[in-house]
Design a binder for this molecule. Structure first.
Ligand code: AMO
Length: 440
């Protein structure tokens, strides 16, 4: 087939902007063929673009014979259409386009590797193998539109509260989260690592810009595949000087509340498409707070699962807990023995000034008050079996008036998985990385 050139055609609108107000006006749309039906004297093309779809209707005798003949398109052909907007109740958006010209800019094979009509759902691995195509689906468009809103809303919320957006290195010289789950890399002649978290840098920068945040990638060498774990994750890292865990708990619940409000206000169509409009509701704040000890007590009495003080809460226990506590809640004051070196011990040093934010069974965030005294930090490093000399450059920044500070790290991919009601965290990432997936 001979393809058309773009020439001087330019899109005048996205599908979402072709509304009743444009009836009788000429528009040029561009996108992909989501669906095509040929009923003999009548052909329908669903043209989809990044925002949705509009129906192109070609009736023999109404459009030119040449155009009618040309309109033989396959799924996901890249096309442009020039035509007049008409009201038509049955079509998506109550609109159809009666075309005067059509350009076929690119074609596809007869059989696509995955279903793109929305009629069936192809298996996830197959979809991920063909991710650039898969991402065009209306479902994925809805997921990533919500993600976009999330970013916009988080930034708006934090900028309004005097935060500075930082960018910290992803290639680092030493571990931040204790040395496990690190990806080593070769950095010229030296060994280096991919960062697990912006932890050390955000702490240092809280001593400069006072209130800092970053939305960026971190890397975790997770060998086991679960529906909640990735090897490359996106986290929102926040750090606040002159504050403690108490302040952070308040800020975080307000942030969660505001972001969900914005999503509901601006992305209801996407939520609706995902059938989450009555599920991903704005939660009540303040969130319920439970101490770690209360939670293990509850798990023991309700579900008969015994967790010794100092043990992590098992997946099985979280699963049961999530059926009991379905919304957002905090678990605070974890045993110091299972927290990283940078976390501040409580007055009773058995406990720590730390917390997790949970939604049901899923851990979304962890954070807490940090140690800001250098000597205490060196002792904490050593007591965790880490070599403080590997942290020399970080420790140096504590020599120059480091303020008391606190913060958190929120897993964006997990949060999005939940808001969109997805079954697997890989669906919440454009190009997920897991132990068994490095491409595309
Ligand atoms: P933590 O290691 O708990 O804390 O990570 C913060 C949040 O990131 C998410 N997360 C993950 N999501 C998907 N796959 C993974 N492999 C994965 N690992 C973590 C979770 C988690 O709650 N420096 C601290 C934060 C802080 O104290 O500020 C940290 O990185 O949602």
């Amino acid at each position: 087939m001979e393809l058309d050139n773009l020439g001087d055609w330019r899109k005048t609108h996205f599908t979402k902007d072709v509304t009743i107000e444009l009836v009788s006006k000429e528009v040029i749309l561009g996108g992909w063929v989501r669906n095509y039906r040929n009923l003999g004297g009548l052909k329908f093309i669903s043209l989809q673009d990044k925002y949705g779809e509009r129906q192109i209707t070609l009736k023999k005798g109404v459009v030119s014979d040449e155009l009618f003949e040309k309109a033989k398109v396959g799924y996901q052909y890249c096309i442009m259409v020039k035509g007049i907007v008409k009201k038509f109740k049955e079509a998506p958006g109550g609109i159809e386009i009666i075309p005067s010209a059509l350009k076929i800019l690119n074609t596809t094979p007869d059989k696509l590797p995955i279903d793109m009509t929305g009629e069936t759902v192809s298996e996830l691995d197959l979809r991920l193998n063909n991710r650039a195509l898969d991402l065009r689906s209306l479902k994925n468009q809805a997921v990533f539109r919500i993600r976009g809103e999330m970013f916009k809303s988080i930034r708006k919320f934090l900028f309004e509260r005097n935060f500075t957006e930082m960018t910290t290195p992803k290639i680092i010289a030493s571990a931040t989260e204790g040395g496990t789950e690190l990806f080593p890399i070769i950095y010229f002649e030296k060994e280096a690592f991919l960062t697990q978290s912006a932890q050390l840098y955000k702490e240092q920068l809280s001593g400069v810009y006072e209130r800092v945040f970053e939305i960026s990638d971190c890397f975790r060498a997770e060998k086991h595949r679960t529906k909640r774990h990735l090897c490359e994750i996106l986290t929102l890292d926040v750090e606040i000087a002159f504050s403690t865990m108490e302040d952070v708990l308040k800020l975080l619940e307000e942030l969660v509340y505001n972001v969900l409000e914005d999503i509901r206000e601006n992305q209801m169509t996407a939520l609706d498409y995902l059938e989450m409009e009555n599920i991903s509701m704005t939660p009540e704040i303040p969130f319920p707070r439970y101490k770690y000890e209360e939670i293990i007590e509850l798990i023991s009495t309700k579900f008969g699962i015994n967790i010794e003080f100092g043990e992590d809460i098992s997946t099985e226990a979280y699963r049961k807990l999530g059926k009991e506590l379905t919304s957002y809640y905090y678990i605070t004051h974890w045993p110091m023995s299972i927290k990283p070196f940078y976390i501040m011990p409580s007055k009773d040093s058995k406990y720590s000034e730390s917390f997790d934010l949970q939604k049901g069974m899923l851990e979304l965030t962890s954070g807490g008050t940090r140690v800001h005294n250098k000597e205490q930090l060196i002792n904490a490093l050593e007591s965790k079996g880490l070599n403080s000399s590997s942290f020399r450059s970080h420790l140096n920044s504590f020599d120059y008036g480091m303020p008391p500070h606190a913060g958190f790290g929120l897993g964006i991919d997990r949060w999005l998985t939940m808001i969109c009601g997805l079954n697997d965290i890989r669906e919440a990432v454009m190009y997920p990385r897991t132990a068994d997936r490095l491409t595309p």
